[in-house]
Design a protein around this ligand. Sequence first.
Ligand code: FES
Length: 172
Amino acid sequence: MSDDGNVVSRRDFIKGGFAASVALAAAAVGAPLVQYIQSEKVVVGKVSGEQKNKLPMKIANVKDLEPNSQVQFVMPVNPDGSKGRHPCILIRLKPDLASKAGTEFKAFSAICTHLGCIVHLDPESSTIYCPCHAGYFDPVTGGVISGPPPKPLPEVKLRIDENGDIWAEGWA
Ligand code: FES
């Protein structure tokens, strides 16, 4: 789908600023992330085409995501409230997790709380995975399941409107 839809290609997204956002995050956390963003694994799955500078921000439509999949997007503010372009992931949970969560959709910071690598949904384990040091996070709560991350992933507050559009409203 093109920029006028909800999803753009991987290449467009990288050109559109996600890589720059990650690079900024890398500057804050150091070399491990710099090395990681040079790999081919930064962008996993679909990417939101709406990269706005203010909230609320439309991320995608419910029809854009199959259960057990993710879309990447960029928040215009960091979890601490400072301005910045913060990589995030929107996840459509698989049915058993959705019933546990009481919602099908969850969104979190995509920056690992260990050393700042970019996390993604691992469809096989249905967990959020950090490939740098095998950190695993719960896709319902953002909490750490295993590995070195010291803290949960910050969560994004979502709203789904009557058209099925999913909006990021801020940090939860
Ligand atoms: S940076 Fe994610 S586990 Fe180390």
